[in-house]
Write a protein that binds this ligand. Structure first.
Ligand SMILES: NC(=O)C1=CN([C@@H]2O[C@H](COP(=O)(O)OP(=O)(O)OC[C@H]3O[C@@H](n4cnc5c(N)ncnc54)[C@H](OP(=O)(O)O)[C@@H]3O)[C@@H](O)[C@H]2O)C=CC1
Ligand SMILES: CC(C)(CO)C(=O)C(=O)O
Length: 308
């Protein structure tokens, strides 16, 4: 049985920092991968919930003899993924297991394709990260709840060594996890959540609390979610009322004063993942002849009001 000990993370932001702190605290060897000026900045360190985080940094432009990671976690924004895959190459070996905690439908596919020369496809697991409220401001990362990682192969029907190794590592790092049977459904479920929640919070510049009670913000979120339900059905992934209810239960337990990753980007004047959410929805709507006017509006508004 493979034992995970060396954990590499590309993307030392809100999510990457939160996971790095868990693994470091549990005695794993943690290393950040970046390049050039970003790597140099990272060597100055981060704080996570006020505690300094000590992790090695591998500069992908001068990696030296960096040994391969047992587990590689991708935690960049979607628009930085291609660059991150190139950087990760310096620390991925044939036995590395990969998780992407990124939002969107296809980061795993892109990573598996990008690392195909080194890595068997089955070592890139599907993953969604759920119910955390990780935030960052400069070098300071904060979270109130670490949520859960839901991961595995597209069908998790059989016991599997790669999945078991990750389960054991997450348990040791005190991170909650789940390995459900149907991961494709989970990816679409999370996409539905992000299209509704992230985009509404971003255009309204609103924290979770604004979408918890009935009212206009929640109605906008629901209208965006309804469009995903239609498109998902056309893609062969049925989303039911129970799926929507499941999100409502998660949302009810999010800290009212917490912010989605996309709202944080808007407030910080950074580019957003709108192409990953509304952009993808508009493309899928066109493909299936399904009108998605709320997502089209999100695309126009966020493209017009945020840098890209
Ligand atoms: N925050 C949350 O609660 C959640 C976020 N997610 C998803 O997780 C992913 C990461 O989100 P989040 O952590 O919030 O994002 P952040 O913007 O906080 O962090 C992204 C980090 O990636 C770094 N980065 C960008 N390009 C590279 C590169 N080429 N090499 C190395 N590092 C790079 C950035 O560095 P720099 O600042 O120097 O540009 C930044 O530190 C996104 O897909 C998001 O949607 C999913 C669930 C919850
Ligand atoms: C679901 C949510 C809103 C937090 O878990 C998220 O994925 C994000 O902030 O990007």
């Amino acid at each position: 049985m493979q034992e995970i000990q060396r954990v590499a993370i590309v993307g030392a932001g809100a999510m990457g920092g939160m996971y790095a702190a868990h693994f470091a605290e549990a005695g794993f060897e943690v290393v950040f991968v970046a390049s050039g000026e970003r790597a140099a900045r990272l060597r100055d360190g981060l704080t996570v919930n006020g505690t300094p985080l000590l992790a090695d940094v591998v500069d992908a432009e001068s990696p030296g003899d960096a040994t391969a990671a047992d587990l590689m976690i991708f935690a960049v924004k979607d628009q930085h993924l291609n660059e991150a895959i190139r950087e990760a190459e310096v620390i991925v070996g044939s036995q590395t297991i990969v998780l992407s905690v990124m939002n969107g439908l296809d980061s795993e596919e892109r990573i598996a394709h990008g690392l195909a020369c080194t890595l068997d496809r089955r070592r890139v697991l599907l993953c969604i990260a759920l119910a955390m409220d990780a935030e960052r401001e400069g070098r300071d990362i904060r979270f109130r709840q670490a949520g859960k990682l839901v991961f595995g192969h597209p069908r998790n029907d059989e016991p599997d060594e790669v999945v078991t190794a990750v389960q054991r590592a997450l348990t040791r790092a005190q991170l909650a996890w789940e390995t459900p049977a149907d991961m494709r459904h989970e990816l679409w479920w999370k996409f539905m959540v992000n299209v509704g929640m992230n985009q509404t919070s971003a255009v309204l510049r609103a924290p979770y609390g604004a979408l918890q009670p009935d009212g206009d913000p929640r109605s906008l979120m629901s209208a965006l979610i309804d469009e995903v339900v239609l498109v998902a059905a056309a893609e062969g992934v049925p989303m039911t009322e129970a799926d929507v209810e499941r999100w409502h239960r998660v949302l009810a337990n999010q800290p009212a004063e917490g912010w989605t990753s996309m709202a944080q980007d808007v407030l910080a004047g950074r580019p957003t993942e709108v192409e990953t959410f509304a952009g993808r929805m508009v493309a899928l709507g066109e493909k299936h002849g399904i009108p998605v006017p709320y997502n089209q509006a999100m695309l126009w508004i966020l493209r017009s009001t945020t840098p890209h």
